[in-house]
Design a protein around this ligand. Structure first.
Ligand code: 13P
Length: 253
């Protein structure tokens, strides 16, 4: 395996764990990450906890991600946060195009690509999310939809030398307790790898493709064992250090 495809386990805290509880969770992540030198552990707290968590994880193996950004450097954009601000805050990563943002905030494929480009322009690594809805899966449209989402940002990530991550998160598996089975996940991950490969072999070799959607300690090993699953983007289970640590340990084994 290409060394840039070390397992990456990222915790998307969503709109949970601001303030003190976020710092405590980050401390617990620092503790388990110490014993897992072969796994990249990333935490993505809400904006208001970024600075405190950055201080907590300083000097540790845990790295920091934001959950979103606005693709302008600065300006009159009330309530928005730029890539530069995230870098200043200690972020190495930023999640873009999460299905919750696409669904509730109307983010389009083009806007997601613009965000990925803005992140890369500031050496911030995007974790770009893709995934189909239940209706799309049942209509047999999974690969067509995911390809359309990937195609929108393919040029942007191919132009950069940075190793980005793509997260395949079937919308029907997020927060529902339903997961894609390992074979279902691998089918989509292998397709994504093939699209990247067609664009640029080096891009395919350095891009980590994460699975997300109800990843738990008891299903992590099977999912992470798939040849094209390079890690996980974990929601609910990342809010509990014991569960998140168990998922990271599954990635190490
Ligand atoms: P759950 O792990 O809670 O299903 O969330 C997945 C997710 O959306 C991570 O970004």
């Amino acid at each position: 395996m290409n060394p840039s495809r070390r397992p990456l386990i990222a915790g998307n805290w969503k709109m949970y764990k601001g303030g003190r509880t976020g710092v405590e969770l980050a401390q617990a992540c620092v503790a388990f990450a110490r014993d897992l030198p072969g796994v990249d552990v990333v935490v993505a707290p809400p904006f208001t906890a970024l600075a405190a968590v950055a201080e907590t994880i300083e000097g540790s193996a845990v790295t920091l991600s934001a959950q979103n950004l606005y693709p302008k450097d600065e300006g009159a954009f009330t309530g928005e946060i730029s890539a530069t601000m995230l870098v200043e805050c200690g972020c190495a990563w930023v999640i873009v195009g999460h299905s919750e943002r696409r669904q509730y905030f109307g983010e389009t494929d083009a806007f997601v690509a613009e965000k990925a480009g803005a992140a890369l322009a500031h050496d911030l690594l995007p974790i770009v999310c893709v995934g189909e809805t239940l209706q799309q899966r049942e209509a047999g449209e999974t690969l067509r939809i995911v390809k359309q989402q990937v195609d929108a940002f393919l040029d942007v990530i191919a132009r950069s030398k940075h190793a980005v991550a793509v997260a395949y998160e079937p919308v029907w598996a997020i927060g529902t307790g339903k997961t894609a089975g390992p074979a279902e996940a691998e089918e989509v991950h292998a397709a994504i790898r093939a699209w990247l490969e067609k664009k640029d072999a080096a891009l395919a070799a350095r891009t980590r493709i994460l699975y997300g959607g109800s990843v738990k300690p008891d299903n992590a090993k099977a999912l992470l064992g798939c040849p094209n699953v390079d890690g996980a983007l974990v929601g609910g289970a990342s809010l509990d250090a014991a569960s998140f640590g168990a998922i990271a340990r599954a990635a190490a084994s």
